[in-house]
Design a protein around this ligand. Structure first.
Ligand code: PLP
Length: 383
């Protein structure tokens, strides 16, 4: 554990809790969870599962019905229609465990894994825990911090074994185009790299659909895609995620998971089956979540656009704004919390000091108020 850092956000969380205990109302824009009702059909299915006494150990790889629904959704994305079945799918305790499984199965001592940066903080540590070495590839700030094949070529070495893509991206909200993904796939194919594609924010794409690697990867086998119920269906506490990977990789993930946690809880899986098998309710939910979060994004951007010269990544997806702050970002976030009761996350947590991430995943009124306070602080503060 020596090389594994504690989360850069923990100290701030501590401060939030202390101020709450003092009776202050904190607007928490550090959140990575969508404030939105989950489709009710999920709760009904979970209640049925509990009332029917579904208490036994389930299959390690997850319920067959859920694996089939995930496989069917994956097939409907296009290119790989013929070769995705339930043996490609493993249901896990959140997509975090799916990412863990993928890194542990694919990478090990001596391997290097490219991480387009800024990136979700856990990638670096999950890779370290798998005994491989994360290699940050800093994206181009003028292109929403996206990476491209030239940047990947420079960062690669003979030890490179793979990379983790995340589109839409946490923390920048950047969305890779189909062409950009095809270029990256081509390079990975040439070099024999694995790609782990974390698509947990795919439902949150505001300028058209975000491309899944599953729809462009025909003929490319070294791919593991992860996703889950946490963000798209606003149920992070149910801990249901999954991976779609080649059958031999999935078999190893199942072996690993059998020793770690076994399959996820029955009630959560029942909720996921209830939602994903109700195509109408599921489609309505996804459409309403997309328009609600687009409105929140526009509201957040309206506030930040009032600031002349603010370096800001205009998010096309996910539910975060990423922007440069004056001075040291940890200090900036502490002062914002102390003076305006607003919590955001310093860019250090994502590998880019000097920037910060504010989430617009809360309800619209809180987003409006929180971003107005943030904008006011940015207008009046200096380093
Ligand atoms: N991937 C990214 C980029 C995330 O931001 C998160 C959670 O914040 C996860 C994965 C993990 O989600 P879960 O384990 O709830 O599926």
């Amino acid at each position: 554990m020596d090389g594994v850092g504690t989360s850069a956000t923990l100290a701030l969380l501590d401060m939030v809790q202390r101020r709450r205990a003092e009776g202050r109302t904190i607007l928490d824009m550090g959140l990575g969870e969508p404030v939105f009702p989950a489709p009710p059909v999920g709760a009904r299915a979970a209640i049925d599962s509990v009332q029917n006494g579904d208490l036994r150990y389930g299959p390690v790889a997850g319920a067959r019905a859920l694996r089939e629904l995930v496989a069917a959704n994956a097939r409907s994305l296009g290119a790989r229609e013929s070769d995705i079945g339930i043996d490609n799918v493993v249901i896990s305790n959140g997509s975090k465990q799916a990412l863990f499984n993928a890194c542990f199965v694919l990478f090990g001592a001596g391997d290097e894994v490219l991480v387009p940066t800024p990136a979700w903080t856990s990638y670096y540590d999950i890779i370290r825990l798998s005994r491989a070495r994360p290699v940050s590839v800093l994206g181009d700030a003028t292109r929403s911090f996206k990476i491209d094949v030239d940047l990947l070529r420079v960062a690669a070495s003979p030890h490179t074994k793979g990379l983790i893509l995340n589109s839409p991206c946490n923390p920048t909200g950047a969305v890779y185009s189909r062409e950009e993904l095809v270029d990256i796939l081509r390079l990975a194919d040439e070099r024999g790299w694995w790609i782990i594609s974390d698509e947990i924010y795919r439902a949150f794409s505001y300028e058209g659909e975000a491309t899944s690697l599953l729809s462009v990867s025909d003929g490319f086998d070294r791919l593991a895609v992860t996703n889950g119920m946490s963000k798209a269906y606003a149920m992070p506490g149910w801990r249901i995620g999954w991976s779609i990977a080649p059958v031999d990789v999935s078999a190893r993930m199942i072996a690993l998971q059998s020793h770690a946690t076994a399959g996820p809880g029955n009630a959560g899986q029942a909720a996921a089956i209830g939602i994903l098998s109700d195509k109408n309710e599921s489609a309505l939910h996804l459409a309403s979540i997309r328009s609600a979060f687009r409105a929140r994004r526009d509201c957040a951007l309206d506030a930040l656009r009032t600031l002349d010269g603010l370096e800001l990544i205009e998010p096309e997806g996910a539910f975060y704004c990423f922007f440069r702050v004056p001075g040291e970002s940890d200090d900036f976030c502490r002062r914002l919390l102390a003076t305006h009761d607003v919590a955001i996350v310093p860019g250090d947590a994502f590998g880019v000091p000097g920037w910060a991430r504010a989430s617009y995943s809360s309800d619209l009124d809180s987003v409006r108020e929180g971003f107005a306070r943030l904008a006011e602080f940015l207008r009046t503060t200096s380093a």
